[in-house]
Design a protein around this ligand. Sequence first.
Ligand code: C2E
Ligand code: CA
Ligand code: CA
Length: 396
Amino acid sequence: MATAYGLVALIIDDHPFQRSYLKRILLKLSALEIYEAENGVEALSILKTAPKVDIIISDLDMPEMDGIEFMRHLASGYQSPSVIISSATESSLIASVEKMALEYGVKLLGIIDKPVDLKKLCLLFDKHHEKKAPRSALNNTFFDLKSILAAVDNDEFEPHFQPKVELATGRVVGCEALARWRHPEHGIVAPYAFIPLLETSKQIDELTIKMIKKSAEACKQWHEEGLIISVSVNLSLVSLTDTTIVDRITSMVKDVGLEPRYVTFEITETAAMTEVASSLEILTRLRMRGFGLSVDDYGTGYSSLKQLTRVPFSELKIDQGFVSGCSHNNTSGSIVESSVQMASKLNLCSVAEGVEALEEWDFLKAIKCDLAQGYLIARPMSNNNFTDFCKAAIKP
Ligand code: C2E
Ligand code: CA
Ligand code: CA
């Protein structure tokens, strides 16, 4: 369930309970950013300053400025988000609200009863995505190396965090930091549009350093709020040619005030099997300094046990290609199970990534896999939303 993935939402309701109820639902559906307003006046002032809002969920009957008047103002503004009306109003009124929205040119996705039903809300989000389909194709835009490097300099990249949950207890114990480009025109851009180019041109170091710094800072902030969570950052092996990088990373993390044991570096299995001595030296030194080391995409690289033990890994991340369908596909199921057993024998924490279905969760729990990560739990989300997600998860 992640139909609000990447969306910026605005909730308008005069009842704090209704707002927090909707906010919790949107977080579960992985909204990127959520704004809240008590009435239409407040909502309009948020729209003036907030980045592009994709969806508004608004009550109808509110003091100061009600939902009807709000829609009239919205139609004349420069933002044109989709609107969902959530209302306890009887159905006779609803037809006229729909007609009015149409006349104003407001993109009304639909009207739902309070309390909001999750399934109905998801259907309306699907309608939003259908309408937006041509725009999301922008995420396929080709970016050249020069503009990517300029964006790195301009600090347009930020980590989004996807929770890692302990299968035995359901607790959030860690997360993976995934790079997102907050592009001034195209919105949030996914890694495939910039990582490969940075890697092949061997110019990924600056992004790596910035990702580590921002992730460590976020992690320190969670600890200060009582959320003791670790963070994993992806490390490209082309970053590992410069042997001074270990000192740079270590002092950066320590300067933030975070112990290295709360930071793990993920290296893909294929990259980790390198024979390059300097890379092995760097990985070993990172582990010596107390950082965690994880074999990412395990199962795709045909590594032997001997090769795996050459680097002092602390975690094994089983590739989503095997996890997906592991509960009903015998081959994937066996691969996942033997990987978990091997991890346990080597004293490595086992992580299944790409967990999308409850049956997969049950299977992984039964074979005693340690951690799970995937859309079933949550999509990657902004730091604010991730923090709220963790706080909501620890509430009794
Ligand atoms: P990865 O390290 O294997 O990260 C996991 C990817 O799977 C992420 O894609 C995540 O959003 C996605 N994912 C998580 N759960 C599920 C699920 O249940 N189902 C499916 N289908 N996918 C799921 P994302 O964020 O697009 O990242 C893609 C890749 O880009 C990453 O793969 C990683 O290799 C690379 N990457 C991302 N950030 C960085 C970075 O800061 N540095 C480097 N070097 N690479 C990065
Ligand atoms: Ca990874
Ligand atoms: Ca992976």
